[in-house]
Write a protein that binds this ligand. Structure first.
Ligand code: ADP
Ligand code: MG
Length: 407
């Protein structure tokens, strides 16, 4: 396909961008449009998937027939079958009239099933049947009807995962996915982010009758480096927001930063030592270890308090009400509200019972031992540093090393 043809298409549909990924997606869409097969458009939220089914319809033999877009994620589970396939009068409470579904009204045309990953399983079964045989039955009917509809579906859901978790039928996935088009995230589109910004800034200046905002070099670099979790939609919203509220029409990196949500990366959640790669599984394990460790420490603190209170109580001294012990302290998990008010505990016998080792304690021991061993080796056996990393005193670490025979 030559560049001018692609350019014309972009102009016609208001698509901005020149990156390879976007161009490839558009080329595939144009190429397969006349081939009467199902298409699955994949891509993160806000990448611009919705224009693709329209292009496919407009460049197919069905262009003079109906085009319908249905957002499967927005229709309540109870009514989606009726919306898609229609229903008979009296099929369910409230079905006062017979109703045609999209598969009937779009006959001969194209049906865009957006957020197809959200379809309930029972609707997936009906959809599979239509795709395989062209047949469907209205809700509450017994008569089989025929239809000829081309399906273009879109999803931001990881379909392999949905399949493995039993939320999406594998056979339907293969049916829908005869051809797939993947729309790249904005963070992979290089200079396109700047082009899109310019387009949106002009649109907003017209909409709000204000001079357009412009980016200086620093802001341009920041725009390109940002991760854009909400992709083009997010860029559009932020440009609109800045266009309306920013005093400065020349946007600097500092101004832009104040509009961008802070990037939350694994690296911020837990400090990854330099040179070590981020591996999400390892990091999760690390957080869990840390939580267990904190939990364990808190349990022993609680025990201590219980002991002290019991002792004090026997000496007829009541503890101050409202003492709080924080259960979780890990910064990645903010459960600051999870404090346990320590009630005065009177039964000294109960305290004794609590001293019995619990079955779970053993596995906690194992985990703690493991963690200490790992942190010690990370710190080349330097106890001071290891204790600081573990958040315990050197003395406690020393005791634990002895206890676990880690010397
Ligand atoms: N390449 C693009 N050029 C211009 N506008 C775009 C582009 N991609 C997305 N948009 C705009 O971004 C918004 C989100 O796109 P949409 O198709 O709804 O995303 P999603 O992939 O979530 O369905 C829409 O307003 C759309 O017009
Ligand atoms: Mg969408």
């Amino acid at each position: 396909m030559d560049g001018t043809q692609l350019q014309r298409i972009k102009q016609r549909y208001g698509i901005v961008g020149n990156c390879e990924g976007l161009n490839r997606a558009l080329e595939i869409a144009l190429k397969i449009a006349p081939v009467d097969l199902s298409v699955l458009i994949t891509g993160e939220n806000g990448v611009g998937k919705e224009v693709f089914p329209r292009i496919i319809h407009d460049f197919s033999g069905r262009r003079n027939k109906k085009y319908f877009a249905v957002n499967c994620g927005a229709i309540p589970e109870g009514t989606i079958d009726s919306e898609l396939f229609g229903h008979e009068k009296g099929a369910f409470t409230g079905a006062i009239e017979q109703r045609e579904g999209y598969f009937s009204v779009a006959n001969g045309g194209t049906l865009f099933l957006d957020e197809v990953g959200e379809l309930p399983l029972q609707t997936q079964a009906r959809l599979l049947r239509v795709l395989e045989t062209g047949e469907y039955i209205r809700v509450g009917a017994s008569e089989v009807r025929k239809t000829d509809v081309r399906i273009v579906a879109a999803t931001n859901v990881n379909m392999e995962k949905a399949i493995s978790e039993g939320r999406f039928r594998e056979d339907l996935y293969y049916r829908l996915n005869s051809i797939s088009i993947s729309v790249p995230p904005l963070r992979e589109r290089g200079d396109d982010a700047v082009l899109l910004f310019k387009k949106f800034a002009l649109e907003m200046s017209e909409k709000y009758k204000m001079p357009p905002i412009r980016l200086d070099e620093g802001a341009r670099q920041m725009l390109k480096a940002y991760s854009w979790p909400g992709n083009v939609r997010q860029l559009k919203n932020i440009t609109e927001n800045m266009s309306v509220t920013s005093e400065q029409r020349d946007v600097t990196a500092d101004v832009l930063r104040s509009y961008l949500p802070e990037e939350k990366s694994h690296r911020e959640l837990i400090a990854v030592p330099a040179g070590q790669t981020v591996n999400s599984f390892e990091n999760e394990r690390e957080i869990l270890y840390q939580i267990l460790f904190d939990l364990r420490r808190d349990v022993s603190e609680l025990k201590k308090i219980v002991h002290e209170n019991a002792g004090r109580h026997s000496g007829d001294e009541r503890p101050t009400a409202g003492t709080g012990v924080s259960l979780y302290r890990h910064p990645a998990i903010d459960v600051s509200a999870a404090t346990v008010p320590v009630e005065p505990i009177c039964e000294a016998e109960e305290v004794k019972e609590n001293d019995e080792p619990l079955p779970e304690t053993r596995s906690l021991d194992e985990l703690e031992k493991d963690l200490i061993r790992r942190v010690l080796s990370e710190n080349n056996g330097k106890r001071k540093q290891a204790a600081a990393q573990l958040g315990i005193s050197e003395r406690t670490l020393y005791r634990k090393i002895k206890e676990y025979g880690l010397e």
